[in-house]
Design a protein around this ligand. Structure first.
Ligand code: PLP
Length: 287
């Protein structure tokens, strides 16, 4: 089945799908996006992703390209035309096409692009051995809570991680605290088994996986401590892990080449991954 992209009202072959060179996303990164996991052909935590999309659009004063009901129909049509059972759906809204000028154009209509693709299952090695992260100063702007397509610092960070043989780069704020990864939220488990993740604020993306996991934790007797944590504290933690829509939850076993805990994926990380997988599976198998 060949890939189909939705571009401003038209379903086009993915290979040749294109937007205009004066799309403000291309010139100014003036747009927002969402990545939604797909399992069994169903969108996981769809409403949470659409809530965040509306938040991001609102913060940038970009009009929604269509209402939520219509958008949900288009999302389903993209999934159907691509026949993707397991993977991710990507949607991007920019302020539209207009002659290049920093201030908002008066006439432009928001531009909507939607694609989806299959994803291979997470490599068994990542789960058996955990992944490594490096750390870098957080160079991003002061509104990381908006999911904009302006991802240059994230791109540079991920590239550095990959050059150093790590999976992700944890970004560190001027106080020495971990903000988040370049495309994942950051968590640790302290020696006294408290699960720690940074509270929401302008410094991190409000991850949907993070949010879903926090809700799931409420029904358990695990202790959550929503607060900032330093790199030193992460190095002294018994476990660390990351969350995102594409990988759900991965154990972290090395930070800057140093072992986390005993250097093996921790039991809490495994339990929490399973908790999230069950949550996704419930949605994937619902009628
Ligand atoms: N933090 C950043 C900077 C991200 O780009 C992402 C996902 O792309 C996340 C965290 C995880 O968010 P989510 O769980 O919604 O995928």
């Amino acid at each position: 089945m060949s890939r189909i992209a939705y571009v401003n009202g038209k379903y086009q072959p993915h290979r040749t799908a294109a937007v205009h060179i004066e799309d403000r996303g291309y010139q100014f990164a003036d747009g927002v996006y969402e990545v939604v996991p797909v399992q069994n052909g169903k969108l996981i935590d769809e409403e949470l992703h659409l809530d965040r999309l509306e938040f991001s659009l609102g913060e940038l004063e970009i009009a929604a390209p269509m209402d939520r009901r219509a958008l949900k129909l288009v999302l389903r049509e993209v999934l159907r035309r691509n026949g993707v059972a397991r993977g991710i759906l990507y949607m991007q809204v920019t302020r539209g096409v207009a002659p290049r000028n920093h201030a908002f154009p008066v006439m432009a209509r928001p531009a909507l692009v939607i694609t989806c693709k299959r994803l291979k299952p997470v490599p068994a090695k990542y789960l058996e051995e955990g992944v490594g992260v490096i750390t870098l100063p957080d160079l991003r702007w002061k509104r990381c809570d908006i999911k904009t397509i302006g991802l240059l610092a994230n791109v540079l960070g991920k590239q550095r991680a990959s050059e150093e043989g790590a999976y992700e780069a944890w970004q560190i704020d001027p106080e020495g605290n971990v903000t988040e990864g370049t495309s994942t939220n950051a968590w640790i488990v302290t020696k006294d088994r408290k699960i720690v993740t940074r509270p929401l604020g302008h410094e991190i993306l409000p991850g949907v996986t993070r949010r879903a996991l926090l809700a799931l934790l409420e029904a358990t007797d695990f202790t959550l401590d929503e607060r900032s944590f330093s790199l030193d504290e992460a190095l002294a933690a018994s476990e660390a892990f990351l969350t995102s829509s594409s990988v759900f939850l991965l154990p972290i076993t090395r930070i800057d080449g140093k072992k986390v805990g005993n250097g093996k994926p921790g039991d809490l990380s495994k339990k929490l991954r399973q908790l999230y997988l069950d949550h996704a599976e419930r949605q994937a198998s619902a009628a």
